[in-house]
Design a protein around this ligand. Structure first.
Ligand code: 5AD
Ligand code: SF4
Length: 473
């Protein structure tokens, strides 16, 4: 028997990439590859890249510089190491990558991961193998088995892709160009994946897609299903205790999604709903297709049916032409909503996007770097304070935790609350996979510490938690 070959994957960017990395591992397992955490002992290193901001893209080339040294070192000891670049930088730059970094053997776009074994075989002959095909038509049905979502269960929580791509064309964003137009998977395929994952011990599913609530897959009767209807279907599966979805666009929050939050206890009361800016002028320039008031109304629709719901968001500071007043509008919106957490980024011009072209034509629109830094720091300080107060509000409460794995500290088991806060308790590992009430005693940075609550106290105190939760929602 030939010894297993070692595979190291480093993923950047979004959850879709984390999921795709798992898919690549599964695609390469039949070829004899096993995963290693150490790139130095790998026979194949895959960089699963992100193109969303310049910094993310540039990281790839500095990482390739480090890998070249490791690869040369391996070659000196007579061991051949291959390097592949996957993900959105691969899609966007294609052969340019091998021109800039000759150490790369394979360049593979997100639509072609099922072809990895073939590409590796091709790269064995010396010349780099490049595949960044873009099947515009039905991406999912065009792909041969295994279908994109056919990943192996890993732990108690799993991602399931339900749609890919985006046709919103926000003027700053490369996604419509790297991941293509919006395509939804059929309901039956998603249910089959979810069922298999549940049978293998998965208790929590996160439905993922670049614009997940634009989901409009066909059901078994040929009717179009919304994300809300899909959540109803998945909630019926035995074993599935929690459902989440990410990332949503405010414009695509329909009544069926709100109703899913109202009617399905398994749908977690925590929604990532990026707004990007609080200024209507900037939102229009971003082509977000909603105003700050529309966004606030959407938040209120959620809160009305699920008072304990909490939100996170993404923000961009320094979008071309952003004035002090525009930025003040963003701070005002954050103050009004009160987030459980949020990501904020400095605007990064992406080649080929309308906002980048606009800024290039009228350089006066560019926000100076120092102003951007200042705004980012101010926004992050506000969000950090909101997040800290949200987390502190859990102290003294009894909350439900889905236990995931043994923690680093001996005897501790770690899980997550409904709001994805890590929660640690001292307990036996047989609680892994269970949702249990935990009384929270303290907060250490972002992590909650507590103890398993006894049954009676748990029920009483969970009821009061639900009433009180309005205070931080
Ligand atoms: N510059 C800065 N941030 C960006 N994002 C997307 N494109 C850019 C860009 N060009 C941010 C948005 C998005 C998140 C995934 O990344 O906030 O929601
Ligand atoms: Fe990009 Fe906008 Fe689509 Fe989100 S909704 S992926 S920000 S184009």
């Amino acid at each position: 028997m030939t010894p297993p070959r070692k595979l190291h994957i480093k993923s950047y960017g979004c959850q879709m990439n984390v999921y795709d990395a798992q898919r690549m591992v599964d695609t390469l397992a039949p070829e004899g590859f096993v995963e290693t955490a150490d790139p130095a002992e790998a026979d194949l290193v895959i960089l699963n890249t992100c193109h969303i901001r310049e910094k993310a893209s540039e990281k790839v080339f500095s990482e390739l510089g480090r890998l070249r040294v490791i690869k040369e070192e391996a070659a000196r000891t007579g061991r051949e190491m291959k390097i592949a670049v996957a993900g959105c930088v691969a899609q966007a730059e294609g052969a340019e990558i091998t021109r800039r970094a000759s150490t790369v053997d394979v360049v593979v776009g997100p639509q072609s991961y099922h072809n990895l074994p073939k590409l590796l075989a091709k790269a064995r002959d010396g010349a780099p193998a490049i595949e960044t095909e873009f099947p515009i038509e039905d991406k999912f049905s065009a792909l041969p088995a295994p279908k994109p979502a056919a990943i192996r269960a890993r732990g108690v929580s799993a991602f399931v892709t339900v749609q890919e791509g985006c046709d919103k064309f926000c003027t700053f964003c490369v996604v419509p160009y790297t991941r293509g137009m919006e395509v939804s998977r059929p309901v039956a395929d998603i249910v089959a994946d979810a069922k298999r994952l549940a049978e293998n011990g998965v208790r929590e599913l996160t439905l993922i897609g670049q614009n997940v609530n634009a989901y409009h897959g066909d059901d078994e009767n040929g009717r179009t299903s919304s994300l809300g209807r899909l959540l109803h279907r998945l909630a019926m599966l035995p074993g599935i205790a929690r459902l989440r979805y990410s990332t949503s666009h405010p414009r695509d929050v329909d009544d069926s999604l709100i109703e899913a939050h109202r009617d399905i206890p398994a749908v977690m009361p925590f929604v990532h709903l990026p707004v990007q800016s609080g200024s209507d002028r900037i939102l229009a320039a971003m082509n977000r297709k909603h105003t700050a008031a529309d966004y606030i109304r959407t938040i209120e629709r959620f809160r009305k049916v699920r008072p304990e719901i909490a939100f996170s968001s993404d923000f961009i500071v320094g979008f071309p032409g952003e004035s002090e007043q525009d930025f003040a509008d963003t701070l005002a919106l954050v103050t009004q909503i009160g987030y459980a957490g949020a990501y904020s980024f400095k605007y990064s011009p992406r080649p080929g996007t309308p906002a980048a072209d606009m800024q290039e034509t009228d350089t006066a629109l560019a926000v100076p770097a120092a102003v951007m830094d200042e705004r980012l720091a101010q926004l992050q300080a506000l969000i950090d304070a909101q997040q800290a107060s949200f987390n502190r509000a859990a102290i003294g409460r009894t909350v439900e935790v889905l236990f995931e794995r043994a923690a680093r500290e001996p005897g501790q088991i770690v899980g997550r609350t409904a709001y994805l806060q890590p929660a640690h308790v001292m307990a036996s590992p047989d609680i892994i996979g269970k949702v249990l009430p935990v009384t929270i005693d303290s907060l250490e940075r972002y992590s909650l510490k507590g103890r398993l609550a006894s049954e009676e106290t748990a029920v009483a105190s969970l009821r009061s938690t639900q009433r009180e939760s309005e205070t931080f929602a």
